[in-house]
Design a binder for this molecule. Structure first.
Ligand code: FES
Length: 573
């Protein structure tokens, strides 16, 4: 239902004729605004995750001005609200520890201020899900403005992709095939502009999924950050949020189960990051929807990989944009998508992709010539992962899809780092590398350690993939036969905690199985002897996290942030 001025939430702060609004108005004048700037206008919060130490959002200082321009043009009053930047390269132990903190910050920033709607500026991995989670819980009109990918990397004329090529060339360096000088040149050429990672990592996956679910204007997720089209998209986004406020178009109108399915379909067609599973479960949870892991597997089995993007394919996001970007991919998938879903534009997804064209059929493949016949993610179950585990078969060597091997177990990441290259370590390429204590509590924060390093002595034989298992996550830019998100996690006493050196482990991707080939009575003996580790944190945010974070299969959200009774708006005095 369309809103009138009297319906605006911000009117409670600014529109009251008595004393209570006097202070709000006088303090707005204090900032140099005139009465015409804000009186009678919807207030648009621009949640800006810029910081001096987030290279993926380095252009947000400028972009936020372009968003504001659009808000002014459409008759709104923009206010910039800075929020945690969650810079993937720098934040330790892992940004995942803080995704829920940003989501909470977003929700409470919107609740506590005189805000009628929000533009959400993000893109670096955890920022997109956190912004969507917080905005969905608050449920004011909200539109997402993706940061856009950075330009292609370059080294001696070779194209470099974020993350993926770091792992490729690091393996070559460890194998003795790359000089120090070459490594330094790669370091200086791999990240050439503002913008998020330009492979199909978590950032590109989540911004694309957000667009597919209807949370940003058509095509916004694919525009490179350095392209002037990105600035114009920012202004268009600012204009649109003002209209959305008058239309009262809210996140829960957009984020329906069918829209979430659209997000999963696109995730699979992109061979997107495995992290998207955790984030989508958490986002859906904010609407009250319990999204079972099997939904990802079902959609994966019926969705071909069409985007030929690294790490599963050849190209980068800049190529994807020139090939037509996400609208072109969506047009290829039209028969599978729920095209009647409403988007932030106020029109349906089907209407938004009308006329979209593919300009390069090798980058965005047709349905009859996919990169892979089925989607990028498989959900495994078995006695080693009763609550599920994840693998990205498209990024693993096919001969490892069905493999039984001897476990070589590392108790935690320090243990792994200390022993993996030990020449005396009893391991060969048929073994299964197991890392414990890397989940939500164990990591802590479920770090992206899941692409466990292959021992140097095996790399030197030319081997580049092995079966690796952990309760960690893996960067979306990574690759390999890495079984991830094993639930329940080992730190909570899940079966992964009971694996010993020498046990046999069987992986069968086709059958979706992951099993520890140890008799039940022996496992019971081990379970009885297992004692819970000392908690990582005794105080502060870490203790709050440990008390309330859910397991990977439930999205790692805080239990008290799931959909529930509405939180009251503040009283205004
Ligand atoms: Fe920001 Fe990869 S470091 S998206």
């Amino acid at each position: 239902m369309a809103k009138t001025l009297a319906d605006l939430r911000s009117q409670r702060w600014f529109g009251d004729p008595g004393l209570r609004a006097f202070g709000h108005r006088s303090r707005t004048f204090q900032m140099g605004y005139g009465r015409d700037d804000f009186m009678g206008k919807p207030v648009v919060a621009i949640i800006n995750t810029w910081s001096d130490i987030n290279p993926c959002h380095a252009h947000f200082k400028q972009r936020v001005e372009e968003v504001k321009r659009g808000v002014w043009q459409a008759g709104g009053f923009p206010i910039e609200l800075p929020a945690m930047s969650l810079s993937e390269p720098y934040v330790k132990p892992t940004t995942m520890l803080y995704r829920n903190l940003l989501a909470l910050e977003v929700e409470e920033l919107l609740r506590s201020h005189p805000v009628d709607g929000a533009v959400l500026m993000g893109g670096c991995d955890k920022t997109t899900p956190a912004l969507l989670m917080g905005a969905t819980s608050m449920n004011l009109p909200a539109i997402f403005m993706p940061a856009g990918p950075m330009l292609r990397g370059n080294w001696r004329g070779k194209v470099l992709g974020s993350g993926s090529d770091t792992w490729v060339y690091w393996a070559e360096k460890r194998a003795g095939n790359l000089s120090e000088e070459a490594w330094t040149e790669i370091e200086e050429g791999i990240a050439r502009s503002a913008g998020h990672c330009m492979t199909m990592g978590t950032a590109s996956t989540m911004t694309s999924v957000a667009e597919a679910m209807g949370f940003c204007l058509s095509g916004a997720a694919s525009i490179p950050a350095a392209d002037s089209n990105h600035a114009r998209m920012a202004t268009a986004t600012g204009r649109r949020i003002v209209e959305m406020i008058w239309e009262d178009l809210k996140p829960t109108d957009i984020l329906t189960p069918r829209a979430i399915d659209n997000g999963i379909i696109v995730d699979m067609a992109l061979s997107g990051s495995t992290n998207a599973i955790i984030h989508l479960v958490a986002i859906a949870g904010r609407t009250g929807l319990r999204l079972p892991l099997e939904r990802f597997d079902e959609i994966s089995r019926s969705t071909p990989v069409l985007a030929n993007l690294r790490p599963a394919g050849k190209y980068l996001m800049e190529d994807f944009y020139y090939a037509g970007g996400l609208p072109a991919l969506l047009s290829r998938l039209a028969a599978k998508l729920n095209l009647d879903c409403i988007t932030v534009s106020g029109r349906t997804l089907g209407e938004r992709i009308e006329g979209a064209l593919v300009h390069d059929a090798d980058v965005i493949r047709p349905l009859d010539n996919p990169l892979k016949a089925v989607g990028g993610t498989a959900i495994l179950r078995g006695n080693l992962a009763p609550d599920g585990a994840v693998i990205k078969p498209s990024a693993a060597e096919p001969h490892l899809h069905r493999h039984t091997g001897r476990a070589v177990v590392f108790k935690n990441y320090k243990d792994l780092a200390a022993r993996i290259d030990d020449p005396g370590l009893e391991i060969d390429e048929t073994c299964v590398i197991v890392l414990q204590s890397a989940g939500p509590l164990g990591g802590p924060g479920m770090p992206e350690w899941g692409q466990l390093p292959i021992p140097q002595k095996i790399l030197k034989k030319g081997v580049r993939d092995m079966v690796r298992i952990s309760d960690a996550r893996m960067s979306g830019t990574s690759y390999g036969a890495c079984v991830l998100h094993v639930s329940p996690e080992s730190f909570r006493g899940g079966p992964l905690a009971l694996v010993h050196d020498g046990d046999m482990i069987a992986l069968d991707v086709d059958k979706r199985r992951l099993d520890l080939l140890v008799p039940d009575d022996e496992l019971e003996r081990r379970r009885a002897a297992w004692s819970p580790p000392v908690p990582r944190y005794q105080r502060g945010y870490g203790a709050l996290f440990a008390d309330h974070v859910t397991s990977a299969d439930k999205g790692c959200d805080f239990d008290f942030l799931h959909a529930g009774q509405p939180t009251p708006d503040p009283d205004i005095y």
